[in-house]
Design a protein around this ligand. Sequence first.
Ligand code: HAM
Length: 420
Amino acid sequence: MSTFKAPKGTYDLIPPQSAAFLAVREAIAAPLRSSGYGYIETPGFESVELFARGVGESTDIVTKEMYTLTTKGGSELALRPEGTASVLRAALEANLHKLGNLPVKLWYSGSYYRYERPQKGRYRHFSQVGAEAIGAEDPALDAELIILADQAYRSLGLRNFRILLNSLGDKECRPVYRTALQDFLRGLDLDEDTRRRIDINPLRVLDDKRDDVQKQLVGAPLLVDYLCDACRAYHDEVRALITAAGVVYEDDPRLVRGLDYYTRTTFEFVHDGLGAQSAVGGGGRYDGLSEMIGGPSLPSVGWALGVDRTVLALEAEGITLELPPATSVFAVPLGEEARRVLFATVTELRRKGVAADFSYGGRGLKSAMKSANRSGARYTVVAGERDLAEGVVQLKDMESGEQEAVALDAVVDKLRSLLA
Ligand code: HAM
């Protein structure tokens, strides 16, 4: 061990477990890539102001959880705590919305940073795969995203997750509800901090986890009862489309998300095997965000799924992903001459598209064969002085254990046809 450790709230992804992470990222991205979403990558940091305006001045993310820094040039930057504001910023900056091709559908995958109290499933550095569909108000788009996330999770074999669905209304109906909720909350017995919250962000009070608060919230007004006709019709259509697709969801009139930009459709994917940090993914519609960051009106919808928590969900369900071994052929040279010859064979295999690895460091047969086994290679090529004198190598099928001598100049083609 060195003097240093990974910073608090972070962990390293190392083989072999890291392979599952890659597979999860790919499984989440796959349905997006085949549904018209193009890949976007944005910087790991942005101006603090983007998140303050986008995610919301009163959210925990902005007030408590951002990693901020002042550059030597005096710019106020923050490590990105989420992806939506950055992706929309980038789309506007590149004028993607002006290409006459709305919605602009984008997907991304990367690291995000929140200064949270670390616990299982909650880290200061975590990984998301996300999708944003920018510039269209169409319930089918909301439904598409929910269906694609469901498809991604199912393709991984996950079963014990639930989809919670809600509507947060729009600028017509939400203020009416907000006032009604504030009136209700002001009549409760709450501490100073929570009372302050009533003024700034009353919806967040509904999300308070404490028992004594929850007890008082039983009769709180619900947004569903305040939705305007347009929001209600929109929400009903989203629900009908999801249902028609055979995706099961639960109406959760108390679902509140931790970011301020949401309007209308909001949803969360929760997994029942994860304890307190049960949200494996979440998202929703954010029709006003573009204007909040200085852009034109661009109603949009998106989600982000947490890769770390999805991996934990797989563990909780006892699912081991069946990943093909990374190496197909492992070469074991015995002696100097064999080392040169087999190194050339491995190079040729790789150039011809066969995944191959080599026993380095002049190790003996026994320890080299251990590495061959661990690599998961289907075939091992072994050669010593005697083999080379005869112009052959020993080709071992690691599955059947059978071994045969193959002419050195034929072994690459033979392996290619065996593996084809
Ligand atoms: P979010 O709900 O804040 O939404 O994060 C989405 C997912 O990221 C969570 O469900 C969780 O799996 C994962 N996550 C968040 N924080 C942590 C953490 N500290 N440790 C581990 N995993 C974490 C967003 O970020 C929105 N940008 C989603 C969105 C996209 N809405 C519209 N478009």
